[in-house]
Design a protein around this ligand. Structure first.
Ligand SMILES: [Zn+2]
Ligand SMILES: [Zn+2]
Length: 353
């Protein structure tokens, strides 16, 4: 079968890979329909390895580069191993990339993403979603309802991370929410906050095209920190209080600092951006105003909720799909398009054929 294989930094090849074996106990085989390109894929391509085990095998799965990449997938079940319940051949599914040890405190308490040995589809698993077929544990697979297309199904994984961040923030109908950043994750988080019924959701962004998309997806206002004083504008929009909830979706030192400042007294800041190095925050402000800060990592545990929210007629996630390409064009049109033409590309979907 055809697959995209990561061999090293800036060395991703489309090549023939062996078909997966018949699924072992607890696993299903899935034929991939679509796979989205994620920011972490770009990090692995341009500056990796970040999570891909290159020198030593992964402690849980024993996988080591070269690996088949890709994790934001939809597809169809084509075979079931022994001891699999709840799936039949032909079922349409989305997949959760998290694979835990299933024995530690975190795996046993519903926080598999925090497992010390966690493995991840597309970096440390025997198969990736940028291929024709792969085996997955049945617990990683979630049924897609008829109203969710195969294309939208490839958005379940990134959208679940947004749904989790919004759940960490405990957003309710009285909350003024700011989402810092209107890249793919920021735009999904904006949608999740709106679907969760926040009072108003404001986007904080500087790029023209992204500001426009945030508006189209339902942001009530957009704050551009390069054109106005963001803290003053935040107070204007919230009766002088600041935002009840701020969600940071960028991962830069300046945006982390700003996100903290935009949060009201005793408000909640959730950080989901991926940072390349430690970032400063105004800790005196956090202390005096008793702000709560939490992180949010992946969408583990949120897939059923996510699929329910995506079936809502107000879900406009498909607007985020800006390109659909065949596997052969992954590097040139896919990676390079997202890396060097950020303004025009939000979410690129790849077909294995
Ligand atoms: Zn992803
Ligand atoms: Zn574990």
């Amino acid at each position: 079968m055809k697959a995209a294989v990561w061999h090293g930094r800036q060395d991703v090849r489309i090549e023939d890979a062996p078909d997966p074996p018949p699924p072992p106990s607890g696993q299903v085989q899935v034929e991939v329909a679509w796979c989205g390109i994620c920011g972490t894929d770009l990090h692995e391509y341009i500056g990796g390895p970040v999570y891909i085990p290159q020198d030593a095998p992964h402690p849980l799965t024993k996988v080591k580069a070269p690996v088949i990449i890709g994790h934001e997938m939809s597809g169809r079940v084509t075979a079931m191993g022994p001891d699999v319940e709840g799936f039949s051949v032909g079922d349409r599914v989305a997949a959760c990339p998290i694979i835990g040890c299933r024995h530690c405190r975190w795996c046993k308490s519903g926080s598999m993403a925090q497992c010390d040995k966690v493995a991840f589809l597309g970096t440390s698993w025997w198969g990736g979603a940028l291929s024709e077929r792969l085996n997955l544990y049945a617990y990683q697979c979630f049924h897609l309802t008829d109203s969710i297309s195969d294309e939208a199904g490839a958005l379940v994984e990134p959208f679940s991370a947004a749904v989790r961040a919004v759940a960490q923030a405990r957003i309710g109908s009285e909350d003024n929410v700011a989402v810092v950043g209107a890249g793919p994750m920021g735009l999904m988080t904006l949608q999740a906050a709106i679907l969760r019924g926040a009072k108003q959701v404001v986007s904080v962004e500087v790029a023209q095209r992204r500001k426009q998309t945030a508006k189209e997806l339902g942001a009530s206002e957009v704050i551009d920190p390069l054109q106005e004083e963001p803290e003053k504008r935040a107070l204007d929009l919230t009766d002088g209080e600041g935002f009840d909830v701020v969600i940071e979706c960028v991962g830069q030192p300046t945006t982390a600092h700003l996100a903290g400042r935009l949060t009201r007294t005793r408000g909640r800041l959730v950080v989901m951006g991926v940072f390349e190095k430690p970032a400063p925050m105004d800790l005196t402000d956090l202390v005096f105003r008793e702000k709560t800060v939490s992180g949010s990592m992946s969408g583990f545990g949120m897939y059923d909720d996510t699929i329910r929210l995506m079936a809502d007629a107000r879900f406009k996630g498909e607007k985020l799909i800006t390109a659909r390409i065949p596997l052969a064009e992954l590097v040139e049109r896919g990676y390079h398009g997202l890396l060097y033409n950020k303004e025009d590309n939000v979410k690129t979907l790849v077909s294995p054929y």
